[in-house]
Design a protein around this ligand. Structure first.
Ligand SMILES: [Zn+2]
Length: 523
C-alpha cells in the first residue's frame, strides 16, 4: 500500500507544477499582447520605413542597416554580413535554451513602385522597384515580437535565446541554403517564420507552395567572327542557347506532369553581323521533392552539355537560387493555430474596406473586401495546388519550422505586382502586422515555457518529416551566393528613390509624407 502513495504524490506535484506554469503562461501571454499593442507606432514606422526603401534582393542595404540598428539599440548582438552575404545578418538576444529563431523576407519586386493607399496603378517612380509583395511588413512583425519577448524575459527572468534572421533575396530564392551551410541554424530549436498574406493562418506538412527549385544560369562561350565575311571562323554561343532551349522543350513532353520549368535568354549577343561569342540563358527547374528537382537540374546540365558539343562552344554555369519545398511542423502549427484564433482578425474600418473594394474593382475581381475570419489550420497541399517556391523550405528541413500568414494585404491581388504594394504602407498593413506580431510573441512563449511542446515538435521532425528523406542542399560546395544580382538596377533607381525615403521624425506616417489621402479611389 505504501508504495502506491508515491506515484500519486508525484502526479500531484507534477500537475501542480504544470498548472502553475500554465497560469504563468496565460498571464505572460496577456502581458505580451499589451506590450505589442503599446508598440503600434513602432510597427507603423517599420512598415512604412522599409516600404520606402524598396530594395531588390541582395541590395537591401538601407533595410538591413535600419533593422539591425533597432535591434542593436535594444540590446541584441548583431553579426553582419553572415554567410558571405553583405546584407544578411544575425541578431541574438539572451542565452541558453531554448533557442527560438524568427525569419522573414526583406526584398522587393522589380517595377512594382506604387503610391500606397491609392487604389489604381500610380507609381511613386516609374519603372522603379517597390514592395509589390509586401515584404516590407515582415520585420515589423518579427522585431516587435522579439522586443516584447526580450522585455518579458528580463522582467520574469525567463532563460532562452532569441535569434532574428533576414530573408535576403527571397525573390531570387537566393540565400537560405547558404545561411544553413554557414551553420546559423545549428543550435536553433524552432523557427517561427512569417509571410504577408490577405488572410490569417498557418499550416503543416508540404503546404502553400508544393514546389522546390533550382535557379541556374548557363553561359555559353564561342568565338567571335564577321558574320558574313568569315562565319566559318566563328562559333555561336547564341546557337548553343537556342539548341539547349529546343532540346529542353522537346524533352519537356516526356517529363512528369508535376514539373514546371521556364527560362529567359539573358544574353543573346550584341548585333547580327558579329557571331555571338557570349550568350546566356537562365532556367528555373521546379519539382515536388529533392530527388526530382535534382533529376531535372541534371537533365538541364545534359542539355547544356549537348548544345555545347553541337556548336563547338563551351559552357559555364552559375547557380542563382535553390529551394526545397517547405515542410512545416505539425505540432507547432497546432499551437500557433490556437494563438491565431485567440488574437483574431484585425478590426478593419470603413476606409480599409473602401480601399480594398476599390482595388478589387480596378482589378476586375470580386469586390468582397477584407476577410473577417481567421483561417482553419491548413493541411498539406495537394500536388496540383498552384504555387511558387520559397527558400524558407530549406530551413524547414533542418529545424522544426512554421510559417505564419498574417493579414496585411488585400484579397485577389495578382502577386508580384504594383497592386500588391497598395495596402502595404497604410493602416491596413499596420493593423495586420500588429496582429502578426502578437501571434509570433504568443507562439514563442508557448515554446519557451512548455518544453514538452518543443520535444513533440522534434519528435514529429525526426519520426514523421525526415523519416524517409533528409536534407541535402541543392547548392554544390563551390556555389556562392549571387550577391552581385540587382546591383545595377538598384544603382539606377536609388538616387531618385532616396528623395522619397520615409522621415518618421517629420511625419506621423508615410501617407502623410506623400500627401496621400486614405484611401484614394477613382471617383
Ligand atoms: Zn514573399
Amino acid at each position: 500500500m505504501r508504495n502506491c502513495i508515491r506515484p500519486v504524490v508525484i502526479i500531484f506535484i507534477l500537475s501542480a507544477f504544470t498548472l502553475a506554469q500554465t497560469n504563468n503562461l496565460d498571464a505572460l501571454k496577456k502581458e505580451a499582447l499589451a506590450k505589442v499593442d503599446a508598440r503600434q507606432q513602432l510597427v507603423q514606422q517599420m512598415v512604412d520605413q522599409i516600404f520606402s526603401y524598396g530594395e531588390l534582393g541582395f541590395q537591401e542595404v538601407e533595410t538591413s542597416k535600419y533593422v539591425t540598428g533597432i535591434l542593436e539599440k535594444n540590446g541584441f548582438k548583431v553579426q553582419r554580413g553572415v554567410a558571405g552575404i553583405p546584407t544578411a545578418w544575425l541578431a541574438t538576444y539572451g542565452s541558453g535554451k531554448p533557442v527560438i529563431g524568427f525569419i522573414t523576407d526583406i526584398d522587393c519586386i522589380p517595377r512594382a513602385s506604387q503610391k500606397p493607399g491609392v487604389a489604381y496603378h500610380d507609381p511613386i517612380i516609374d519603372g522603379a522597384p517597390g514592395h509589390g509583395e509586401g515584404h516590407n511588413s515582415g520585420m515589423a512583425v518579427n522585431v516587435t515580437a522579439a522586443l516584447v519577448l526580450k522585455e518579458l524575459m528580463i522582467e520574469h527572468k525567463i532563460p532562452g535565446t532569441l535569434k532574428v534572421f533576414p530573408g535576403v533575396a527571397e525573390e531570387l530564392l537566393g540565400t537560405k541554403a547558404f545561411l544553413i551551410r554557414a551553420g546559423l541554424f545549428k543550435d536553433v530549436d524552432a523557427v517561427l517564420g512569417v509571410h504577408v498574406a490577405d488572410e490569417f493562418g498557418t499550416g503543416y506538412g508540404q503546404t502553400f507552395a508544393p514546389q522546390g527549385l533550382v535557379s541556374v544560369q548557363y553561359f555559353f562561350h564561342g568565338k567571335a567572327a564577321h558574320a558574313a565575311g568569315a562565319p566559318w571562323d566563328g562559333r555561336s554561343a547564341l546557337d548553343a542557347v537556342e539548341l539547349m532551349d529546343t532540346g529542353w522543350n522537346f524533352r519537356r513532353e516526356h517529363l512528369r506532369l508535376q514539373q514546371r520549368s521556364h527560362y529567359v535568354i539573358i544574353n543573346g549577343g550584341d548585333q547580327p553581323n558579329v557571331v555571338p561569342s557570349e550568350a546566356g540563358v537562365w532556367y528555373y527547374f521546379r519539382e515536388l521533392d529533392y530527388p526530382h528537382i535534382l533529376e531535372s537540374y541534371k537533365l538541364g546540365d545534359t542539355m547544356a552539355q549537348a548544345a555545347s558539343m553541337m556548336t563547338g562552344t563551351t559552357f559555364t554555369k552559375k547557380l542563382v537560387g535553390s529551394a526545397w519545398p517547405p515542410h512545416f511542423n505539425k505540432v507547432i502549427a497546432e499551437v500557433q493555430q490556437k494563438n491565431i484564433e485567440a488574437v483574431g482578425m484585425p478590426k478593419w474600418d470603413a476606409a480599409d474596406q473602401t480601399l480594398a473594394k476599390a482595388l478589387q474593382k480596378e482589378l476586375g475581381k470580386p469586390e468582397d473586401g477584407l476577410k473577417d475570419k481567421v483561417e482553419e489550420l491548413k493541411p498539406p497541399s495537394p500536388e496540383n495546388e498552384p504555387g511558387g517556391s520559397d527558400d524558407v523550405g530549406d530551413i524547414s528541413w533542418v529545424v522544426p519550422m512554421v510559417y505564419l500568414r498574417y493579414p496585411a494585404n488585400i484579397p485577389h491581388t495578382p502577386g508580384h505586382s504594383w497592386a500588391d504594394g497598395i495596402a502595404m504602407a497604410t493602416p491596413l498593413a499596420h493593423k495586420g502586422s500588429t496582429a502578426g506580431a502578437k501571434v509570433q510573441a504568443l507562439t514563442a512563449l508557448d515554446l519557451i515555457l512548455l518544453p514538452e511542446t518543443l520535444q513533440k515538435a522534434w519528435a514529429y521532425y525526426r519520426d514523421v518529416q525526415t523519416k524517409d528523406l533528409t536534407y541535402t542542399p541543392l547548392i554544390a560546395p563551390e556555389d556562392q551566393p549571387a550577391i552581385e544580382m540587382n546591383r545595377e538596377k538598384m544603382e539606377k533607381f536609388r538616387p531618385e528613390m532616396r528623395k522619397y525615403y520615409y522621415d518618421s521624425s517629420k511625419y506621423h506616417t508615410y501617407l502623410e509624407q506623400l500627401g496621400i489621402g486614405y484611401p484614394t479611389v477613382k471617383k
